[in-house]
Design a protein. Structure first.
Ligand code: ADP
Ligand code: AMP
Length: 221
């Protein structure tokens, strides 16, 4: 049985942090649209360079580009058993496309876990975030520091501050989230697959609650 899960929430909510932990625990592939864009940018592909124009502005990359990139990723054989989606969908149009892509293979989204966090907290988290250049693991200078400052615990790669994590970009990204992504909470609520988690809690507590929700979704699927 395949398992398609979505982590939804504003920038800084902890989607990437939780997706990594859950993917390990559940042996599911973690697919993050932001990571795919950053990989493409580093490889200097036309897609990566185009996407960076939007990412640098704190805007969403247009739906058409994003949907085809994610559809291509989901078509690969390593996604057959399911994936933990992080950062996708971010618009209603993307959600509709995801539904169609999965329906074509007789699957559907089993659970959308919405990680709710207040804006003040988001700003503190985004301000202290660092990301691994190699494996894209995320850390926080206070809340989740690496063992060796500046270096990734997971792979030993160098940590950097994403350009879109500069303070000037935070509020813009949160505003874009509220306008374009927040409507997905209602969208998935109506489809009765949304569950909300209080993302203000410690990383381990959020993880435990998410695991419980996933377990419940698996039993009822
Ligand atoms: P998102 O993927 O939703 O943008 P991240 O997983 O990158 O969010 O987390 C944003 C920042 O907040 C990172 O620096 C991360 O270490 C930190 N963080 C994530 N979850 C928590 C939490 N529950 N409590 C405190 N800090 C957290
Ligand atoms: P993230 O790593 O999820 O914080 O994403 C970083 C940036 O990549 C976002 O601010 C957007 O510019 C872009 N991006 C990531 N996922 C999407 C998506 N599903 N739709 C549009 N843009 C996206």
């Amino acid at each position: 049985m395949s398992m398609f899960l979505v982590l939804l929430g504003p920038p800084g909510a902890g989607k990437g942090t939780q997706a990594r932990l859950l993917a390990q625990e559940l042996k599911l592939l973690h697919v993050a649209s932001g990571d795919l864009f950053r990989d493409a940018f580093r490889a200097e592909t036309p897609l990566g360079l185009k996407a960076q124009e939007y990412i640098g502005q704190g805007e969403l990359v247009p739906d058409e580009v994003t949907i085809s990139m994610v559809a291509e990723r989901l078509a690969r054989s390593d996604c057959a058993e399911g994936v933990m989606l992080d950062g996708f969908p971010r618009t209603v149009e993307q959600a509709e496309a995801l539904g169609r892509i999965l329906a074509q293979r007789g699957a559907c989204v089993a659970l959308v876990a919405y990680i709710r966090v207040r804006t003040e907290t988001l700003l503190l988290r985004l301000g202290g975030r660092s990301t691994c250049m190699s494996c894209q693991a995320v850390y926080h200078v206070l809340y989740n520091p690496p063992r060796r400052p500046g270096w990734c615990d997971a792979c030993g790669g160098q940590l950097y501050q994403r350009p879109d994590d500069m303070p000037s970009a935070h509020r813009k990204r949160i505003k874009v989230y509220l306008n374009q992504t927040a409507p997905l909470v209602e969208y998935y609520q109506e489809r009765r697959i949304l569950a909300t988690v209080d993302g203000e809690q410690d990383i381990e507590v959020v993880q435990r609650q998410l695991l419980e929700l996933v377990g419940r979704a698996m039993r009822t699927q």
